[in-house]
Design a protein around this ligand. Structure first.
Ligand SMILES: [Fe+2]
Length: 266
């Protein structure tokens, strides 16, 4: 059998919690370009992107005062994000503005930036290349958060209905390449993750599961699913410098559906 032409394959970059440091997104895409000789076909971001367009967005984000910062998303201009970027919501996100988006999802976010919000829950084919399912938010400490109230904290939780939506839409789409959630599945490391995410992985059986939230790089498996947790991006201002294992990962999906990691950012 003839080997596949590289152009038949899909390349995608995964990025961890951005927390408003969008200069790191630009940097990661440039690193991927240096490896591939072209920019990746798309970028997936695992939540806590904090893409604040203005102070009003920031006011609608649940964040402790000491971490409250506008970040540099509002300074981005058309062409700065050179591969289409799709993000889910984490637990620090401008949810008041995101929840007000009328859809359909994925919905453009920011002015002509090639940045798209995937919404609370769903599954679709992205860029005609990759079947992706997602669930925004984190697990509620209560057994069932019920109806989401208007409080900023309550908006950070996913609901049972949204978990069901992800499962339903993923089943309709067929075999899923990537499942995106913010939090980890339970039982990967003691005291981390939630059962809803593990249940989703076991039911959907995506080729790859990507998550963030814990600000730690991690590699594991659940059944046949590769589980990769991404570290948070390393802001230039941090004292620990820019060494941070797994803040981005570059992948290639071949035509048979196999996904392999080409490089890990550190
Ligand atoms: Fe985070």
């Amino acid at each position: 059998m003839a080997s596949l032409e590289p152009d038949n394959n899909t390349t995608f970059l995964a990025i961890g919690d951005v927390h408003g440091h969008w200069d790191c997104v630009i940097e990661a895409i440039a690193m991927a370009e240096a490896i591939l000789g072209k920019v990746p076909d798309l970028v997936l971001q695992v939540g806590d992107a904090e893409p604040h367009r203005n102070e009003e967005d920031l006011a609608g984000c649940h964040t402790p005062k000491k971490y409250r910062s506008l970040g540099d998303f509002s300074a981005l201009r058309q062409g700065d994000i050179r591969s289409p970027l799709y993000f889910i919501g984490g637990n620090h996100e401008p949810y008041v503005a995101l929840d007000a988006l009328p859809g359909p999802f994925p919905a453009p976010w920011g002015d002509d930036l090639s940045v798209y919000y995937l919404g609370r829950a769903g599954a679709t084919m992205l860029e005609n290349r990759l079947k992706v399912a997602w669930l925004s938010g984190i697990s509620s400490p209560n057994a069932d958060p019920g109806t989401r109230s208007e409080s900023l904290r309550a908006r950070t939780y996913f609901s049972r209905e949204e978990v069901a939506t992800t499962l339903h839409e993923a089943s309709r789409l067929g075999e899923i390449d990537v499942l995106l959630t913010h939090d980890w599945p339970s039982d990967m490391r003691v005291g981390r993750g939630n059962d809803s995410t593990r249940d989703l992985i076991e039911a959907i059986r995506p080729t790859l599961h990507l998550c963030g939230h814990m600000h730690a790089g991690f590699e594991g498996t659940i059944g046949t699913t590769i589980v990769n947790a991404l570290n948070a991006v390393p802001p230039a201002t941090k004292k620990q410098g820019r060494e941070r294992f797994g803040w981005w990962r570059l992948y290639e999906r071949d035509e048979s559906g196999g996904i392999r990691c080409l490089e890990v950012g550190r």
